[in-house]
Design a protein around this ligand. Sequence first.
Ligand code: ADP
Ligand code: MG
Length: 446
Amino acid sequence: MQITYQDLWTKTRDHLANCLTEDTFNDTFGEVTKVVKFINGNIFVLVPDPFIKSKINNMYIERINDILKSLTPDKLKFKFVCENEVNPEVKKENITTNNRLFINNLNENFSFESFVVGESNMFGYRMSLNVAEQPGVIANPLYIFGGVGLGKTHLMQAIGNYILDKDINKKVRYIQATDFIVDYSKATQSSNMDLFDEKYHNLDCLLVDDIQMLETAKKSQNEFFKLFEELITRKKQIVITSDRPASELNGIVDRLTSRFQSGMNVDIKKPDLEQRINILNRKALESSTKKIPKEVLVFIAENFTNNIRELEGALNRVISHSDVYNYDDITLERATDALDALLKYKKQTDKKTDNYENLLSIIANFYNITINDLISNQRKQTFVLPRHITMYILKNHYNLPFAKIGKILGGRDHTTIMNGCLKIEQELKNNKDLKLAIDTILKKCG
Ligand code: ADP
Ligand code: MG
């Protein structure tokens, strides 16, 4: 039998009745019986007045959500709302019996409050906050781009969380671009668009993460274009993230990328040392009761420079090390110990990933052509050979998968890359000049 959100609250309430005295229970929870809404992992329960609401939030909320955790493996939370916070239709509807769980819930930890602001992300943060305050009005779509682990998903979900915090009746949907592809192909295969339409139309805010993943999916792009137009026309907010500027989404149809560009485009850069230290300071406070000396945080900030995910990973490692070996005073020496393996591994991988970005310009320089020539579709022999060499080096020296190389080289498919690599391998068997050229290029890459 399917358990409803109402059941979950009733059971939680029964638990409370068992642990509290009868008077306390009746005073606070006597009239708190009805679930009114479910959205994004939050189960909203009606309370009779603001006084009881703040009492529950101040004194019982953690216990309540702990009980909930023991009742269901799903990541759910109770939230408490007064009558005037719920719109009339919602109250009438009996939503608790047949509501499905949202597949991609927002992560509540991704909030504006937990986002550390510095020069690298100041503009992105401000624009996101503006959008969250006035969805659909000032910047639509909001297009956030930047490298991995720099906070794009965090910021986009902060917008969603903020909108929902202000108005629980808003329909906010977070998806990865790949979810869209899967949902659309399921819908077309079963010739049933109902579920698809229910999920994507009729939203107040759509958050699409990693839009570059749509590059290889032309049909989904068409469908996404329709959805995009519809939502924008109805002044519903769209937020998109991407690993690159819209102008560089080579595999996505122009009519979409030009729409992206006509919205508000913001980029997030890598944080500088000061900001990295600030972030670590904040995370250290949030995630451990142990005191972590400043010099340890500085050490991590100096060594993990690529992105914030990496910083978090290193910090967590230091903390778990102290837990596993059971010590409280985290010193620089112990932290270095804890990070030793990670740092060694990082040295190797950084070398490779850092440099492949230079590779294109090194090869272009070497052959006296431009990077654009290198990634273009022109079949002149003066471009084709350097292009194949690029494929070969990315495959054999940087160990990148064919698909990734295809993307780097302007959206080519993986067979094209494979064939290019094979050509060079063949040619290398007899051609000494080619070998010399490749060796020289590799030396330049360091
Ligand atoms: P992206 O989507 O750009 O790859 P994420 O948003 O997933 O990056 O961020 C990676 C991790 O770093 C997440 O745990 C996120 O909470 C954290 N993070 C990113 N930027 C910040 C920031 N400015 N302040 C605090 N935490 C951050
Ligand atoms: Mg992300």
